[in-house]
Design a protein around this ligand. Structure first.
Ligand code: 3HC
Length: 307
């Protein structure tokens, strides 16, 4: 079946199927940057593993950060089905030729930030990733199915942290509110620039990679999150949030896309720190990669019919 017929049939494009170069390129771009985001995303929360307030919280946070590493590996594996090599993708990340999500360039100043990240960042990731389970490219869609199952646990544990704090002492409540104040707008920026400024959306939607536009998913996230904030008894830092009966959605204030542009350009609060940490971890892990490669070479199973 031709590529166009596959898309028309809402089918799945598989690695060996014919596909336009542009389709392959934009999938490599998006999947690689998604994987990079998962790996860099381990840093903000990892910063609190040694300072979690209880053994239970520590165990949950360790499991979540470990999940993010696994998400990165699923996604690098999905990208490699398009004929690229993860070492090269990581080099593109390390040399600034590929991106990772802006959200991970904000600091985690208190324990409540771990709750805000789980509730808001993983909540936004769920809204963005559930439609990707129906992405036209098979390996990416299948990776998303597994990732989304784990994201639900991530979002739930974040909500629970904030609920505990917002119903705790006045100091804990203030800490939870401060974290939500700092993470709300950057979470809205995760969905990307407004549709009118998105160079990729139209083509990605025509190719069945993106199922909804940036603004549609952002709106869906706001609609989902406002009632949850009420359940947490916390206030979202946007006085313009109000239900609009006519639209059937919550109205909300203007997102500062200038801030998103600056953070993407490298001028966010933690961009340099995140990349320095990433490069150090990559160098520290070189011996593991070399040992694994040496073991694989020693125990390589000769190809059928090879001499
Ligand atoms: N941070 C960094 N770069 C961003 C961005 C953001 N929040 N939003 C957009 N961009 C970049 C795009 O990558 C693109 O740059 P490029 O051409 O160099 O790749 C440019 O800005 C234009 O944006 P577009 O909206 O036109 O680009 P896309 O169509 O690719 O849409 C996207 C951007 C919505 C992020 C889309 O790529 C996507 O859905 N990606 C998959 C999901 C993903 O990567 N999520 C990131 C967070 S992962 C996460 O949260 C994991 C959880 O476990 C914590």
């Amino acid at each position: 079946m031709s590529f166009d017929d596959l898309l028309a049939d809402d089918g799945r494009v598989e690695p060996r199927d014919p596909m336009p170069d542009g389709y392959r390129r934009t999938l490599v771009r998006q999947i690689a940057q998604h994987a990079h985001s998962e790996i860099i995303g381990m840093q903000p929360e990892g910063n609190w593993i040694s300072r979690a307030p209880s053994l239970r919280r520590k165990a949950i946070l360790m499991a979540k950060v470990q999940d993010e590493a696994g998400h990165g590996l699923y996604l690098y594996a999905a990208a490699e089905t398009l004929g690229v090599d993860r070492a090269d993708l990581l080099d593109q990340l390390h040399t600034g030729r590929q991106k990772y999500s802006s959200i991970f360039n904000y600091p985690t100043l208190t324990w409540a930030d771990v709750g805000a990240i789980g509730w808001l960042v993983d909540g936004a990731a769920i809204v963005n990733q559930v439609p990707l389970c129906r992405c036209s490219y098979g390996p990416y869609a299948r990776a998303m199915v597994r990732i989304c199952k784990e994201e639900s646990f991530h979002q739930r544990q974040g909500f629970e942290i904030l609920h505990t704090l917002s119903h705790g002492t006045p100091g804990q409540r203030a800490m939870a509110q401060d974290a939500v104040d700092r993470y709300w707008w950057p979470a809205l920026m995760m969905f990307g620039p407004p549709d009118d400024d998105s160079p990729h959306s139209a083509q990605s939607m025509a190719w069945g990679i993106k199922r909804f536009s940036n603004d549609d998913l952002r709106q869906r996230f706001v609609d989902m999150t406002v009632p949850q904030a009420e359940a947490l008894d916390l206030t979202l830092p946007d006085p313009e949030i109000r239900w609009n009966d006519e639209r059937g959605h919550y109205d909300f204030g203007e997102v500062d896309f200038g801030e998103l542009t600056e953070v993407i350009k490298g001028n966010g609060p933690c961009n340099r720190e995140r990349m320095a940490h990433r490069l150090r971890a990559h160098e520290d892990g070189a011996w593991v990669r070399e040992a694994a490669a040496a073991y694989a070479a020693k125990h390589a199973v000769p190809e059928e019919g090879a001499a």
